[in-house]
Design a protein around this ligand. Structure first.
Ligand SMILES: [Mn+2]
Length: 167
């Protein structure tokens, strides 16, 4: 099980709370960028993070690749791949990197879909939700072989009924 959050836009306490809630049980925690925090903030110990379009600290990387529970996880904010227009460009990159799972942020809306056997996941935003779901949220992913159980949660760590997926 691992945890994905994104687009906290200065809200440090919410990252701290999610980290505290999962640090003993999650095999990894990913933040997809736009934290607006310094890259050397101690909060990043135990969290993998990338640069968003609102992060100007050069200490952040544009993307990261990390093995989690036998899966190759790609992490990028997504603005460089124009994810607001769809996943076509990001999917080229994810396929080139041989990713099993490709995480992204930027659009502040939940997305969970498989394309060519790669899971694309946007956890929504823990600070500024947009679109259909006006809920501050993040995602928990359980891996069972080639099958994923994806559970979006609100900031009380409760499951959001409409946003539970088996992919
Ligand atoms: Mn953002």
């Amino acid at each position: 099980m691992f945890v994905v959050l994104s687009d906290s836009h200065g809200e440090r306490a919410v990252i701290e709370d999610i980290k505290k809630h999962y640090e003993k049980t999650a095999s990894a925690i990913f933040h997809c960028g736009d934290s607006e925090l310094p890259s050397d903030d101690e909060i990043w110990e135990g969290i993998t993070v990338v640069a968003g379009n609102c992060d100007y600290d050069p200490g952040y990387q544009e993307f990261q690749l990390q093995e989690v529970e036998g899966k190759k996880v790609l992490l990028a904010h997504g603005h460089l791949f124009y994810v607001g227009l769809g996943l076509e460009r990001y999917s080229y990159f994810a396929e080139e990197k041989n990713a099993d799972i490709a995480l992204f942020g930027h659009i502040h809306q939940p997305v969970a879909q498989k394309i060519n056997d790669i899971l694309y996941l946007n956890p929504g935003s823990v600070a500024q939700p947009r679109g259909k779901y006006d809920i501050k949220m993040y995602a928990v992913i359980e891996i069972k072989g080639n099958h994923y159980t994806i559970s979006y949660r609100n900031l009380k760590h409760e499951k959001i009924a409409d946003l539970q997926f088996e992919l």
